[in-house]
Design a protein around this ligand. Sequence first.
Ligand code: DON
Length: 305
Amino acid sequence: MKNKICELLEKNRQNTKNGSLPTYIPELIKTDPEILGIYISKLNGEEFGCGNYKHKFTMQSISKVITLMLALEDNGEKFVFSKVGMEPTGDSFNSMMKLEIVTPSKPFNPMINAGAIAVTSMIKGISSKEKWDRILDFLRKITCNPNLDINKSVYISEKSTGDKNRALAYFLKDVGIIVGDAEDQLNVYFMQCSIEVDCCDIARIASFIANNGIIPSSGEKLVSKKNAIIAKTFMLTCGMYDGSGEFAINAGIPAKSGVGGGIMAVVPNNLGIGVIGPALDIKGNSIAGVKLLSDISKEFDLSIF
Ligand code: DON
């Protein structure tokens, strides 16, 4: 499997040239757009990487899956879905268009920015510091990486340019989806997006989800099977934003992208995949990463359908 995946990665490297780096978070353009790496973490413990798999990047929207699982564990399904919907938007990840056209006003799903900001605000903690500590602890456990932390420069860049997210958060506060201080809630959201990882960390989160909320190496259960299934389902229907349908047809694997160029892909009961390819397509997904995952899925018959 390793040799074939490494071969497919090198074949797809040329696709990085057709993408571009996200300019709206200035710190994210300080990277090599031709990077492409992948790490596989199988539930039987076997792991390997190809290409630039050691490259560090920030989680960005991949973190939305983690905060969703934590918010579901903290509050239960009923409460979470009273504030966030379950439907794809077909719009871009930071669109605010649909917020005003549904009544009562609530974000369509937890994978778009508005939904993720709302989900993060639901995580339990008496202060934003406590919420943040709980998110980081949860992730350090899942990845088996006690050194996981934020990239401060990306966090500052994100916070100082995040006016569209600020607009979403203040709107959500106005309609009662967010309670408390909007800036505090936003701050936790900016921090979760700025967590620095490599492909191995992402593959291990994916294998934890593939294993329905149980850490494969230790057997420790952190998330209920039901909540892990909700996470996988949102990844499939909304994880690649307005590219989710095409990705479901071509790869057929639940996946979540981030504008840092990462993609987390879950092959249920089998393996987790972490990909990095910072050059993005117009929908904000790693351009070469999407193609690489589609090739791998076809080669090894990984589609869930
Ligand atoms: O809030 C933002 O816009 C970014 N921190 C995260 C967006 C993102 O990763 C969308 N994914 N493709």
